[in-house]
Every structure is written in structure tokens, then in C-alpha cells.
Design a protein. Structure first.
Length: 246
């Protein structure tokens, strides 16, 4: 579904953020992208969406990410931003959700049916006609996910989906992510959330892939995590750490 082939990128000349990245994400996989601040996690997502342009090749469902393919690429990818305030730009949840389907040339009847279907699946019917500036942070994060699902993307990119949420809303988000059938790439510092939602983890540090493997095994490797300025997930603290090489 997603493939990076020797991708490098830098915001400035001679200062690369990503260095020769190569990895594949198969259709239906849920992959966590972890690493310290400045590792390049957000840059990976922006490159996928064509918001940035680097060296090497990026493929989405076999299509190279280029200027002429971006409309088709962006129909395949849904991006849940870290800040829901930057994503929800219409007055109500309903207007935000129906915006993309109408722009994809669905009839209003078809678009409204899609909105109702997504809201029912997530149990968010009561948010449909609520004003975005009058709902809580957790509700807005759920509404942002609903907006992306109304687009029916084949893959979903999420940037820190659990940040700034209280424990209840964090658990709601985790449960929701686990039910989504799409291919998922989730960038987060919340390693407990990654452990709960992803079967595979890619660890980035200083623009390089340091490790790529099963989430439960990699996230128990205290030495590996601490060497890359990360902490063992709280749910694993007190357990005997495994070495990733075992």
C-alpha cells in the first residue's frame, strides 16, 4: 500500500531530516512510527501527501507520488492532523464531514448517507449538527476521524492522535483506531497507544530507521528505546525487558 524507496529530505541544504529511508507497509497493516522529537515522523507523512518533495521514490498503491498524481493519491490517503482545530474548518461537524464527499462529486443524498453511516459506526450521531467550537477536545478529535472516514480513504495517516486527551477520550480513540479496517500509519510519542493499536513499529532517529519489527517485541527493548531518547511504555514498566535481538 505504501512504499518508500531510498527517500531523503531536508528543509535546508546540507541538513537532511530523512536519510535514505526504505520501507513497505502492506495493505491492512497498522504501523506505529515512533522516535524522539526531530526524528522526521511528521516529514514522512507530509512527503506521502505530496506536501513536501524529497529525493527517492514514494509509492501509494503502486502510484508514484508526483504533482500529476496528487489528486488520486490524496483520495487514497486520509490524514488526521495533530490539532483538530486545524482540520475542522466548517461551522458544524456535519458540514465538515459532507464537504469532501460533495467535492468528490457524490450527490447530496449519497454524501448524506455516507455521513450518517460513519457517525452511526462510531456512535457519534449526537455530534452531527453540533458546532465545532462548542464540542470538547475529545469530541472534536473523534469528529476529525469521522470526517476522514467519510472520504472512504484506503489508508489513514494519524499524527499524535491521543495527544492532550483525558484518559476516557484517549481510550475511546484507541478503541476506534483498533476497529478501523484501513491501512494505518500512526506517528506518536504515546508508546502505550502504539502498543495497543499497532502490530508493527518503525523507530526513526536522526532521519534513519533504527529498528523495524513487531510492536510488542520492539517496545519491550528498554536499551533500544533509551538509546533513542524514548521511554518504556508505562504498561510494560516492571516487566523484565526483552532484547530486540532475542
Amino acid at each position: 500500500m505504501i512504499e518508500f524507496q531510498h527517500v531523503s529530505f531536508g528543509y535546508e541544504k546540507n541538513r537532511q531530516v530523512l536519510r535514505d529511508l526504505s520501507f513497505r507497509i502492506e495493505r491492512g497493516e497498522a504501523v506505529g512510527l515512533v522516535g524522539p522529537n526531530g526524528a522526521g515522523k511528521s516529514s514522512v507523512m507530509k512527503l506521502l501527501l505530496g506536501l513536501l518533495e524529497g529525493e527517492g521514490q514514494i509509492l501509494v498503491d503502486g502510484l508514484p507520488v508526483r504533482r500529476d498524481t496528487l489528486p488520486e493519491i490524496r483520495r487514497k490517503l486520509g490524514f488526521v492532523l495533530q490539532s483538530s482545530d486545524n482540520q475542522m474548518f466548517m461551522p458544524t461537524v456535519y458540514e465538515d464531514m459532507i464537504f469532501a464527499p460533495l467535492n468528490y462529486k457524490l450527490s447530496r443524498e449519497e454524501a448524506e448517507a455516507r455521513v450518517d453511516e460513519v457517525l452511526a459506526r462510531l456512535g457519534l450521531e449526537e455530534l452531527k449538527h453540533r458546532y465545532n467550537h462548542k464540542i470538547s477536545g475529545g469530541e472534536k478529535r473523534m469528529a476529525a476521524i469521522a470526517t476522514i472516514l467519510a472520504m472512504k480513504p484506503e489508508a489513514i495517516l494519524m499524527d499524535e492522535p491521543s495527544s492532550a486527551l483525558d484518559p476516557y477520550n484517549r481510550r475511546v480513540i484507541i478503541n476506534t483506531i483498533c476497529t478501523l479496517p484501513q491501512t494505518k500509519l500512526i506517528a506518536s510519542h504515546d508508546l502505550d497507544m502504539i502498543l495497543d493499536t499497532c502490530e508493527r513499529v518503525i523507530l526513526l532517529s536522526e532521519g534513519h530507521i533504527i529498528a523495524d519489527g513487531p510492536a510488542e517485541k520492539l517496545l519491550q527493548d528498554r536499551a533500544l528505546l533509551e538509546a533513542n531518547r524514548l521511554e518504556l511504555p508505562l504498561s510494560l514498566v516492571g516487566r523484565t525487558p526483552r532484547n530486540a535481538a532475542e
